[in-house]
Each structure stands twice: as structure tokens, then as C-alpha cells.
Ligand binder design. Structure first.
Ligand SMILES: Cc1cc2nc3c(=O)[nH]c(=O)nc-3n(C[C@H](O)[C@H](O)[C@H](O)COP(=O)(O)OP(=O)(O)OC[C@H]3O[C@@H](n4cnc5c(N)ncnc54)[C@H](O)[C@@H]3O)c2cc1C
Length: 722
């Protein structure tokens, strides 16, 4: 047992050590309870859920309070760690977790993160915790005709807990709330979903991070810092892959929860998403998929358009080799009184059992001894069972149950997953409308291209894909580093299979590569953005871009480059507000994130110069105030200060001439326009007569005091001009 772990264990004993083996005080959970320390381990390892990588962090902290997170950061800095990375459930395949020797801040307990089958802590107890609170602020904002209710939520609230908490209110007839959109799986933390800009479905919905109102994180000085939508940096702060530091609170925009009509439809694969115009089906597919005749195609097209445009959630599943696929959609027009829990408990249990059994089955020798073809058939059937054993026709349920229609325990079946976010162009780019204005031919082409890859491999008796093709239409995003930014709508398309250790992995990689190449060609044809889902798998694969085959990481870096500059410009501003530097923020990155979002010395120098230039420009436009010594009152201190320190609007400046003249002599107002409301700074030339120059510092938003001039206390002021 490592010394640090031994010491950690000693915390429960009567005499508690206060410092670690290096003499650094252990982080406490709270100022008041001096005995409550953050649990630390120097032996716990880290692996993402899909086990695509494993690391050995230098230390792992398991804080339970906001203070605990802050003190963990300070402890890591005091111990000289050069990387601090936090994790939620660890569901991101891409290497965003803590690297080797990093300081890992685990926002969930080890048991909760790694238990199999999943063990959920009791929601009622969990929500009492500092990092899991769900508190209605009773404030609302309205945007785009939608009224959002602002909730303060802990970063470690999981979809499972939010759902249980809100459903319990909803099904008793109470007023419940939910995120406008979320991922299907329930074993995700809120901060994890926000940090990666995760999405759900429905063209009306942007990413989960687009529904943040305010974010509070622990900055590299260990202090709490908040960015709201009123701050100009919000677009970069709300989706940051954990690079700003551990998030400890998210003020989220929730909607009042409606009852929905949830529909799970079984549709022949050839009609689920109708073939694109003039489609010619390859010979090797014909015996498996029937192309619809003109009349059937027209009906299938009308049904497809209805699912895309007239529902609030739309996604498709095609299990490999199956003749029928499944469409999941809902409309927010259910009758609350008729709403029933979905999946019903018994089916949820069956579902869970199916997932666990499938997981165990793939581990069994018997399963491994099967031919790939049989494995595929078996698993495909299992997955269908797990998904659709329950409902065959539309069903009224809560919106949150419909979002998580697969219930809990989805994570009990591990998978490999390659997903791409591909822009959907408008039919009429000059129109603001999205509904009925999307060129869905691209979606049709993407779907059929993947089926073609599948049947090509099938013809060669190769079966690396064991789990479904999934396709969703969702919205764009306003956030700087979102893969969906700027899209009118986005087609999120992915292929899944077993976790890679259980696959003919070379064949799977080749299969994925062919799929990526087909999808990228289609994106290029429509001239729309093509990004991998940054939380999922893409490393090791490549992409043809501008006629050149590039490693996927190089591609991602190139595609993000212009936005990375924007991101760091905002980060610099955030850092200056918090009193630290861009370099200080680097502690929150690992090697992988440094590769994708590099802060090069040239970029840093460029951004710093921009700030300096702005400062100079502001100084050049300074308001001039003349100051001189008053020979008759040598001991009178003179002071300038704003009458009402304020960040916004007008600031009045007064001259106060010390004790013998207590009255405040008003001097004319300096108007600080709201758009430039910044700290007013003063600078004094030492020679007499001296000048005090005022200007608005564009990099500072907090103007608590005006520390102006006359530090020798023997000056008098006269305003010369503004
Ligand atoms: C089975 C499965 C289904 C999925 N379905 C979807 C889907 O439908 N749509 C979709 O978009 N994605 C989906 N994903 C991806 C998944 O939603 C993301 O990987 C998500 O980020 C996972 O959340 P997490 O709690 O596991 O976070 P982690 O994977 O642990 O962390 C993700 C990122 O968030 C950061 N982070 C975590 N907590 C904090 C914090 N408190 N402060 C600051 N940073 C933090 C981490 O440092 C990391 O950068 C799915 C994943 C799986 C395994």
C-alpha cells in the first residue's frame, strides 16, 4: 500500500495526520469540519468506460464538496503536479481523462464510476450533496419564444438522478422540469455532457452546453470563478472539454416537463430513410434490402419528413444485417393524466438483464467460439430485445423518460463507437427557417452509404459490426468549440460494435475507415462541416481532406485552428479577470488536448499584444485631470473615487479634499458607456504640476474602487477636460 493511501486510511482514526508524506497539508472538505478530509489515493488507475486507454494518475482525489474541489486543486499545485484533470463517469472514449502522473479529480466515487452492473446511489441521498444539488432558482429567461427555468445544478448530477427526481414529481401530478435535450444514456454527469457539448435529438435542439446560463469553476488559483451569458466569453466558457478547471456549479436552462407521445416504429430498412434520388443499389444488397416502388417510396418519404420536422426528437437505428430498422420519435403533446413510466419497471429490469447478460455473454468462451456471423446475429437480436422488448405503439410518458427511452443500465454493455457530426445544408440558404428547409438528401446519402459498406463486407463474409448504425437529426450550436457550431441542423451518425478487445480489430478499423471515407466524400459534395464527436473514437483513423489523406487528429486540429484562436482570446480575458495567465490554465490540459487545441507561443504572443494594443489605445484616449500641490493645505490628502462603484452605466467621480473639507465636491460626471464599462484606472506623473489620467481598462470588468492618484496625500485636483 502506498504511503499516501495508508495515511488516507488513518483519517478515520482518532489521531489524524494533517500533512502528507511531503509535508503538504491534506485537502479538507470544509473549513468548519476540520476532520473531514478529501479522500485521496495514489494507486487508483483510470480507464475510460470503453477501455480504449488506461492511465496511472499520480494521485486521485474524490472530493464531495465545492470546497473539497478547491482544496484538491490547491493541494495538487502545492505538490507540484503539472496536470490536473477531472472526470465524471469516464464515458468519453477520446483521451480526455487524466494522463499518467496527473492529479485526477474524480467527481464520482470509484464505486459509482466503475460498478458493473451499475449501482446507483440513492437519488434522494445523492441530491443532498454539495456537488449534486438540483435547486430551482425560481428565475426564468425567455429566448426564441421558449421560457426556461433556471436551476442551480451540481456538476455530478447524473441523468439517472435528474430523471428519478423529476419523474417522481411528474407522475404525482406536480410541476416538474427537465433539460430541453439530453443524451439517451442515464449514466452521464451533467458537467461531463456540458464539457463535451453532447447532443440528443431533434432539429430544434442545440447541444446540452447551449442550455447553460452560468458556469462556476475552480480556476488555477483555486478560486471560484463564474462566467454568465452577460460576459462576452460565454461561448468559449460553456463548452471547454474541462480546460477551464473543475466545474462546481452549472446554472442550467430547464423547461417545464411535458407529457409526450413516444413512438417506437419498426420499419423496413429500405423505407426507414428512403433512398436518395436516382439511387442504384449494389448487386450484393439486393437479396437483403428491398427498394420501395415509387408509391411506397413517396409514402416512406412523407413519413420520414414528418418524423424529422414534426416531432421534437428523431433518431433511427439499424441493427446489422436486419431487414427492419427502428425509428424513435416523440411529440410534446401528450396528455399528462395518461402518462406512464417508461420503460415500465419490469421492462427496465428485463432491459437491464438483457444488457448485463449480453455483456457476460460476450465475455464467455462459448460466445468467442461462435463464428463471427453467429456472434453478430446473436448480439444483434439481443440488442433488439434489450431495446424494443417493451413497446410497439405510441405511448404517453414524461419527456425525460422518452429522452432516456432505453432506461438505465445502457452502460452495462460496453461498445466501440465512431460518430460524426455532419452539417445539413438549407434548401434555401436565404431563409431563416429550418423547418421544411433542410436538404435531407445528404441524410439519405449518409445512411445508404453506410449500408453499402456493411453489405460489401457481408458479401466477403466479414462481420466486424455487431451493434447498430444510429442516426439523429439535431440542431447546431452557438459555442466556440462545438462540433455542431454554425450548422442549421446536424446529422449525428455513428456505427457501433463490441469493445475493441472482443473484435477482429483490424477488420473493424478498416471497416470504420471505409465508412468514414464515404461519409466525408458526401460532406464534401454538400460542402458542409464534418467533425468527429470529440468524446468518441477517431484517433488512429484518417480522413481525406482537400485531396490529402490526413491523420484524424491532424484534421481535427486543422479544422479547429481558427476557433482555437477565438477560444484562447476568450480564455485570456477570463484569466485576466481571475488574475492569472493563459499559461496557468495549461495545468488543466492533458497531452491529448494540447495536441488538438494547442496554445502555441506565437498565438499567446499575438493575443497578449492585442490586449496591450487595446490598453494603449484606451490610454491614448485618456481623460486628463490636472493635479497640483496646494501650498496652503500641505496635509490635506486628496482622493478620487467613484461615488457609486459600479460595473455598468454611469460612474460619477468626486474629489474629496480631506478632513478639513469633509464635504464632497462634485466634479462633472464621467460617462462610462455600458459597452465599455471597465475599471477606471489612474496614473500620476510625479512632477508638479502633475496629471492624473483616467481610462477604461477594456480587460477588466470589475471596478470595485478607483485607486486614484495622490498617494503622497498632498495634492489638489482640477479637472481640465474630458
Ligand atoms: C453508451 C454511451 C452512449 C452515449 N450516447 C451519447 C449521445 O447520445 N450523445 C452524445 O452527445 N454523447 C453520447 N455519449 C458520449 C458521452 O455523453 C460523453 O462522453 C460525456 O462526456 C460523458 O459524460 P461523463 O460524465 O462520463 O464525463 P467524462 O467522460 O468523465 O468526462 C468528459 C469530459 O468532461 C470533463 N469533465 C467531467 N466532469 C467535469 C467537471 N466537473 N468539471 C470540468 N470538466 C469535467 C472531463 O474532464 C472530460 O473532458 C455516449 C457515451 C456512451 C458510453
Amino acid at each position: 500500500m502506498a504511503l499516501a493511501d495508508f495515511i488516507t486510511q488513518c483519517f478515520s482514526s482518532e489521531v489524524e495526520p494533517e500533512v502528507d508524506e511531503k509535508g503538504v497539508p491534506f485537502p479538507r472538505e470544509s473549513k468548519t469540519n476540520k476532520k473531514k478530509f478529501v479522500k485521496l489515493s495514489s494507486t487508483d488507475t483510470y480507464a475510460d468506460w470503453g477501455e480504449s486507454y488506461h492511465t496511472q494518475p499520480g494521485k486521485t482525489a474524490y472530493p464531495e464538496t465545492v470546497e473539497g474541489v478547491q482544496r484538491s486543486v490547491l493541494y495538487a499545485i502545492a505538490r507540484g503536479f503539472r496536470e490536473i484533470r477531472q472526470s465524471g463517469y469516464g464515458h468519453s472514449w477520446s483521451r480526455q481523462g487524466p494522463g499518467n502522473r496527473a492529479f485526477h479529480i474524480a467527481m464520482l466515487s470509484k464505486e459509482e464510476r466503475t460498478s458493473f452492473p451499475t449501482k446507483y446511489p440513492k437519488t434522494k441521498d445523492a441530491l443532498k450533496k454539495d456537488l449534486r444539488k438540483i435547486v430551482n432558482t425560481n428565475r426564468t429567461v425567455t429566448e426564441g419564444g421558449v421560457t426556461y427555468h433556471l436551476f442551480d445544478m451540481g456538476p455530478s448530477v447524473t441523468n439517472h438522478q435528474l430523471r428519478e427526481h423529476m419523474d417522481q414529481i411528474f407522475y404525482k401530478g406536480g410541476k416538474a422540469f427537465c433539460l430541453p435535450v439530453s443524451v439517451v444514456m442515464t449514466e452521464n454527469t451533467l458537467a461531463g455532457m456540458v464539457s463535451n457539448g453532447c447532443h440528443g435529438a431533434g432539429w430544434q435542439h442545440k447541444t446540452v452546453a447551449d442550455y447553460v446560463e452560468e458556469i462556476t469553476f475552480v480556476n488555477p488559483l483555486g478560486k471560484l470563478q463564474t462566467i454568465t451569458r452577460k460576459d462576452k466569453e460565454w461561448r468559449s466558457a460553456f463548452l471547454g472539454y474541462g480546460m477551464l478547471g473543475p466545474i462546481v456549479n452549472l446554472k442550467m436552462r430547464l423547461v417545464e416537463m411535458p407529457a409526450v407521445n413516444l413512438s417506437l416504429e419498426k420499419i423496413p430498412v429500405g423505407q426507414q430513410i428512403p433512398p436518395p434520388r436516382d439511387y442504384k443499389m449494389p448487386e450484393n444488397m439486393r437479396q437483403f434490402i428491398k427498394l420501395p416502388d415509387e408509391k411506397t417510396k413517396a409514402a416512406a418519404m412523407a413519413a420520414f419528413l414528418k418524423r424529422v420536422y414534426k416531432t421534437q426528437h428523431y433518431e433511427e437505428f439499424v441493427f446489422p444485417g436486419q431487414t427492419d430498422g427502428y425509428a424513435v420519435s416523440y411529440t410534446e403533446d401528450g396528455e399528462s393524466k395518461k402518462a406512464k413510466k417508461f420503460p415500465p419497471t419490469i421492462d427496465a429490469d428485463l432491459n437491464a438483464a438483457g444488457e448485463v447478460a449480453a455483456q457476460l455473454m460476450t465475455n464467455s468462451l462459448g460466445f468467442k467460439a461462435l463464428s463471427e456471423k453467429s456472434q453478430e446475429a446473436l448480439l444483434s437480436d439481443f440488442a433488439q430485445f434489450a431495446l424494443y422488448a417493451t413497446k410497439k405503439k405510441p405511448f404517453v410518458t414524461s419527456k425525460i423518460d422518452a429522452i432516456h427511452f432505453r432506461g438505465d443500465h445502457v452502460q452495462d454493455f460496453k461498445a466501440s463507437d465512431y460518430e460524426f457530426e455532419i452539417g445539413i445544408p438549407k434548401l434555401n440558404p436565404n431563409s431563416q427557417a429550418i423547418e421544411d428547409n433542410l436538404n435531407l438528401e445528404i441524410v439519405m446519402e449518409l445512411y445508404w452509404a453506410q449500408l453499402e459498406v456493411y453489405y460489401k463486407y457481408n458479401a466477403a463474409n466479414k462481420h466486424p459490426q455487431f451493434l447498430p448504425l444510429e442516426l439523429r437529426v439535431n440542431g447546431g450550436s452557438d459555442l466556440t468549440l462545438s462540433a455542431q457550431r454554425g450548422n442549421a441542423a446536424t446529422c449525428a451518425i455513428e456505427i457501433l460494435s463490441l469493445e475493441e478487445s472482443k473484435l477482429p480489430v483490424d477488420q473493424w478499423h478498416q471497416y470504420v475507415q471505409e465508412t468514414i471515407d464515404r461519409w466525408k466524400e458526401i460532406a464534401d459534395k454538400y460542402q458542409v462541416p464534418f467533425f468527429p464527436h470529440l468524446a468518441k473514437q477517431y484517433e488512429g483513423r484518417s480522413v481525406v481532406h482537400n485531396g490529402r489523406r490526413m491523420d484524424m487528429l491532424e484534421y481535427v486540429r486543422e479544422m479547429f485552428a481558427p476557433r482555437v484562436e477565438e477560444f484562447y482570446r476568450d480564455c485570456l480575458s477570463i484569466a485576466m479577470k481571475g488574475g492569472y495567465t493563459l499559461r496557468d490554465m495549461e495545468i488543466y490540459k492533458n497531452d491529448f488536448l494540447r495536441q488538438i487545441f494547442p496554445l502555441t507561443p506565437e498565438l499567446e504572443a499575438k493575443l497578449l499584444k492585442e490586449v496591450e494594443d487595446k490598453r494603449r489605445e484606451a490610454a491614448a484616449n485618456a481623460k486628463v485631470v490636472r493635479v497640483w500641490r496646494d501650498p496652503t493645505q500641505p496635509n490635506v490628502p486628496a482622493l478620487l473615487y467613484p461615488a457609486a462603484p459600479t460595473r455598468m452605466g454611469n460612474t460619477s467621480l468626486h474629489a474629496k479634499l480631506g478632513a478639513s473639507q469633509p464635504a464632497v465636491r462634485s466634479i462633472p460626471k464621467i460617462t462610462v458607456p455600458a459597452s465599455q464599462s471597465r475599471t477606471v484606472q489612474a496614473e500620476r506623473d510625479l512632477d508638479s504640476p502633475a496629471y492624473v489620467r483616467f481610462w477604461h481598462d477594456p480587460t477588466k470588468t470589475d471596478a470595485p474602487t478607483l485607486s486614484a492618484a495622490s498617494s503622497d496625500g498632498r495634492m489638489k485636483m482640477l479637472i481640465l477636460k474630458y
